[in-house]
Write a protein that binds this ligand. Structure first.
Ligand SMILES: Nc1ncnc2c1ncn2[C@@H]1O[C@H](COP(=O)(O)OP(=O)(O)OP(=O)(O)O)[C@@H](O)[C@H]1O
Length: 482
């Protein structure tokens, strides 16, 4: 936020408009604490006046005279289609202006509020606690009248009127290994496949546990997630959620579940092995090469297809809740697959339900601010995270870059400001040497900002995002052939 002596201040809808003495050099105009230029400020006043907001007498706007506006172009694009052949000045959009503020709010929540903050592992994103008691919550399955539509699994408690959680021993006493998917593995086969869970086979570590590469007797390579024993009790629900949801989906842009084991004090999830690392590794250059623009575009299209399937075509809607670059795995041919369903939830089960009320989970920086505020979860929370991911893949920057100058710490806010100043080239990942057409870049960022709008009703759904991405890709290919 900005500290200065403001002489005018007014609140309209979500926007708090303030200015210092407007006729002086260095005068300051802010919307929701974010400095904006005079033109944008005047646009906001006009917009809110048109919407019927009453500004007090002390709130002057005579500095919004015509000559200030003349010849200046407001640098926002409403949608790809709108912007294609339309050079006219788009109207002020309060949501887009307040986007930066919401990013800041997100940052504050993430960094200042201990209940939203947990150190997970070195150099990783911050991830919310697995089970937080600080947030009033109702589980979606408890809320949903048709939660029993989810096919029974050995992990799912039998229907009980009181829905009392099952005791841990119930799971521990499974009579025999629980298996699902095409693979039927015993513990000793898994131990053999991973060299007895040796460090050499370890390929990563997340909140759920350690991930190992395993080579089965027939040569098939798999990834095996082994739950950490110290978090067993807390992770039981997560393990169950991941297995239940993964077992019902099959899509080339989603990591495939091959089997699981839940026996004694072992919880293991066996999935297809995706061997070319995570998107974050590639953005960091940790895999040797730098992604070109076309690869970046194809990766986001793949992620978009995976999420579209989860939101609109799975047997029941699935909300991933942890869409982020370290959960996007890449194949050798650079196709992307969405992984890690540990936080995933079934969406509203009946059409009268607009959302589910649930505890906030996800990773700081990617979390939908509206969901954080209201605990209302919808598929649009994934859309928000996708918008953040889109900015990440274009800029190469993590959503929160704590070591940078404070103006640049929240990547979405920094990108939004630069975009509105017309400096789109300054946003592009400096490692990517290819010069991409400005119009294409603007369309990509514009789409990202739409996805990361502060409220869900302003965000497109994933299917619409896919259409926009396809249109951008065709323009990109057309232009690169010219
Ligand atoms: N199916 C897989 N194929 C190849 N590598 C995988 C696979 N699943 C996970 N990994 C590797 O293991 C790492 C840890 O994965 P995991 O899903 O447990 O945690 P994460 O998503 O990185 O972190 P968190 O769970 O804390 O959000 C990944 O970053 C990836 O490098």
């Amino acid at each position: 936020s900005v500290s200065a002596s403001f002489v005018g201040s007014s609140v309209c809808q979500y926007d708090h408009l303030k200015y210092t003495k407007p006729y002086q050099q260095g005068s300051l105009f802010t919307i929701n604490g974010t400095p904006v230029d005079r033109v944008r400020f005047c646009k906001a006043i006009r917009f809110h006046k048109a919407k019927g907001c009453i500004f007090g007498d002390s709130f002057r706007d005579d500095f919004c005279t015509f000559h200030y506006l003349l010849g200046r172009r407001f640098l926002e694009e409403k949608s790809v289609e709108d912007s294609e052949n339309n050079e006219a000045e788009p109207e002020y959009h309060p949501v887009k202006v307040s986007l930066a503020a919401s990013g800041f709010l997100l940052f504050c929540c993430g960094l200042c509020c201990p209940c939203f903050h947990k150190e997970r592992k070195a150099n990783s994103h911050e991830v919310l606690p697995k089970e937080s008691n600080s947030v009033h919550q109702v589980s979606s399955f408890e809320m949903s009248p048709s939660s029993d539509k989810i096919p029974p699994s050995p992990f799912r408690a039998p229907p009980s009127p009181s829905r009392v959680p099952q005791s841990p021993s119930r799971y521990a006493m499974s009579p025999r290994p629980s298996r699902m998917g095409p693979l039927n593995l015993t513990m000793s086969q898994i131990a053999a496949a991973t060299n007895n869970f040796s460090d050499i086979n370890q390929i990563g570590e997340g909140g759920f546990g350690i991930v190992y590469k395993g080579i089965l007797e027939d040569g098939q390579v798999v990834a095996i997630k082994r739950a950490k024993k110290e978090h067993f009790e807390n992770l039981r629900k997560e393990f169950k959620s991941e297995v239940d949801l993964l077992s019902k989906i099959g899509h080339r842009n989603l990591v495939k579940l091959l089997g699981y084991v839940d026996k004694g004090d072992e919880r293991l999830i066996i999935t297809e092995y995706v061997r070319n690392g995570t998107l974050r590794d590639h953005l960091d250059g940790a895999r040797g090469s730098i992604l070109n623009f076309n690869q970046r575009l194809e990766i986001v299209i793949d992620v978009c297809h995976g999420l579209t399937y989860l939101h609109s075509y799975a047997e029941r809607q699935i909300i991933h809740r942890d869409v982020k670059s370290s959960n996007i795995l890449l194949t050798d041919s650079m196709r992307a697959k969405v992984a890690d369903f540990g936080f995933a939830r079934g969406g509203p089960a009946d059409s009268n339900q607009t959302h589910i009320l649930t505890q906030v989970k996800g990773t700081v920086g990617y979390l939908d601010p509206e969901y954080m505020r209201t605990y209302q979860l919808t598929a649009k929370s994934d859309v928000y995270s996708f918008g953040i991911l889109l900015v990440e893949i274009l800029t190469g920057r993590r959503p929160v870059e704590a070591k940078r100058h404070h103006d640049e710490r929240i990547t979405i806010r920094w990108a939004f400001d630069k975009y509105n100043q017309g400096n789109v080239f300054e946003l592009v990942d400096p490692n990517a040497r290819e010069r991409v057409d400005e119009k294409i870049l603007r369309k990509m960022f514009s789409l990202a900002f739409q996805c990361a709008a502060p409220t869900r009703k302003e965000r497109p759904d994933m299917e619409a995002v896919g259409k926009q991405l396809w249109a951008i890709r065709s323009s990109y290919l057309r232009r690169s052939m010219e």
